[in-house]
Design a protein around this ligand. Structure first.
Ligand code: NCD
Ligand code: ZN
Length: 420
């Protein structure tokens, strides 16, 4: 007897699109194949519908503690689930920042009380917290180590590289890099007189991430470590990754906003597209989409970074960087499937399989017997024109308003339990 049987669902098994029954028991996918009608407590008819693993977001800022007017763990995880994401890796630039075991424990406790999906927490590397990081590593709530090579919203900038080298030698965890390099940012800070939102990409030029990527590739090579670069934004970064002999040791992610927009959109949308790293030119967007298709980029991640409308309505120089993304991540990728830009199995890879393996979540990310029943049911024929009122994030706005994406999921299950 299964708790739930998904009947005749379209899904992807071992890279191929197939139609199967999927039987779930005690939170785990127990059988994929033909399942007789009497064998389920609950049957979900799935003819013509897509059953995908819950997406795994490697990069979300949920603002708790310290910024809960923008988002909190309850509202962020609820927004995630309603958009087909069932696991989140949360970022450490909260207030206080997640740089101690105590701060990690506080977040884990809040998530246990209020969270709606699976969540783990990055800690940030500072010049002084190596021991804390080393001891936090075995905590089941620990996701990895975030390294800020350049300053950004509420950031914990790493100002010296010596602690990084020591951390890489000592701690066998996932290292994720914000790769904009501070020296390049400082060099360009005053280059535009009276800058506006449409100039954001000039103050933080592609060179910043190209140089940061070079530094990360160097560490991957000399330390023999697998490293991860966050939110790719520039064709130049991709060229560096493609050239690197150590390429296979570095994974990377791209956000929905970098796949969709360019600085021409920032000139129109203003601070609502002010984000670090900035969206760059049309040729960068084209290269990012191509790399998503051909595998040079392994994962899509949100960099969900909500701010209030009031904060975004300030003048350019005073408005914080960051855009929300949980509501749109999977609908963006499935829109690319609808328009024929990427094949369906590739969507499964970049939203589910690859993030699971980058994050070391061996029980997640695939429709496979024995894996967790974190699942989302989609109507791949349906579309959604994004409107503020539909959004789950507490911030209540999105740079995607007015864009047409794939419709959001019809049902979502976390550990076999229906949440949407
Ligand atoms: C992020 C934020 O607001 O927390 N902002 C952003 O522009 N992406 C910080 C970050 O990830 O850089
Ligand atoms: Zn971020």
């Amino acid at each position: 007897m299964y708790d739930t049987v998904f009947k005749a669902a379209t899904t992807v098994v071992e890279g191929r699109v197939v139609v199967r029954d999927v039987g779930v028991r005690r939170g785990v996918i127990e059988k994929i194949g033909a399942i007789t009608d009497a064998a389920a407590a609950l049957e979900v008819p799935c003819e013509g519908r897509l059953l995908m693993p819950g997406a795994i977001d490697l990069h979300a800022h949920l603002r708790e503690p310290g910024g809960t007017r923008k988002e909190d763990i309850a509202s962020g995880t609820a927004a995630a689930v309603s958009a087909g994401i069932t696991t989140l890796l949360e970022m450490p630039n909260t207030n206080p920042p997640t740089i101690t075991r105590a701060a990690l424990a506080e977040k884990v406790a809040i998530a246990k009380r209020t969270g709606h999906c699976n969540i783990r927490f990055f800690m940030a590397l500072t010049a002084r917290n190596l021991d804390e990081l080393e001891q936090a590593m075995d905590d089941p709530g620990f996701a990895g180590i975030k390294v800020y090579l350049g300053s950004t919203t509420g950031s914990i900038l790493l100002t010296e590289f010596d602690p990084l080298t020591r951390a890489l030698d000592r701690i066998p965890a996932l290292f994720a890099f914000h790769a904009e390099l501070e020296s390049v940012l400082l060099d360009h800070r005053d280059r535009v007189p009276d800058p506006q939102a449409g100039d954001h990409h000039r103050l933080r030029p592609p060179e910043a991430v190209v140089e940061g990527t070079r530094l990360v590739l160097g560490h991957a090579a000399t330390r023999g470590r697998r490293l991860h670069i966050c939110h790719l934004s520039a064709a130049g970064e991709l060229a560096r990754l493609a050239d690197a002999t150590t390429g296979s040791r570095v994974t990377c992610e791209v956000t929905p906003h970098h796949l969709w927009f360019t600085h021409k959109d920032t000139a129109v949308k203003g601070n609502r597209l002010k984000v670090n790293p900035p969206v760059q030119g049309p040729e960068d967007r084209k290269a990012l989409r191509e790399a998503l298709k051909n595998g040079l980029i392994q994962a899509v991640a949100t960099d969900h970074a909500p701010h209030t409308v009031q904060e975004k309505d300030r003048p350019y120089a005073k408005a914080p960087s960051g855009v929300p993304g949980l509501d749109v991540m999977a609908p963006c990728v499935l829109r690319l499937v609808q328009s024929g830009e990427i094949p369906l199995p590739r969507a499964f890879q970049v939203l589910c399989e690859n993030p699971a393996s980058i994050a070391g979540l061996s029980t997640k990310g695939r429709v496979e017997e024995g894996r967790d029943a974190d699942l989302a049911l989609w109507d791949l024929d349906a579309t959604w024109t994004v409107q503020g009122k539909d959004l789950g994030s507490r911030c209540g706005w999105s740079p995607f308003e007015g864009e047409t994406l794939a419709a959001r999921p019809l049902g979502v299950w976390v550990g076999g339990e229906r949440r949407v």
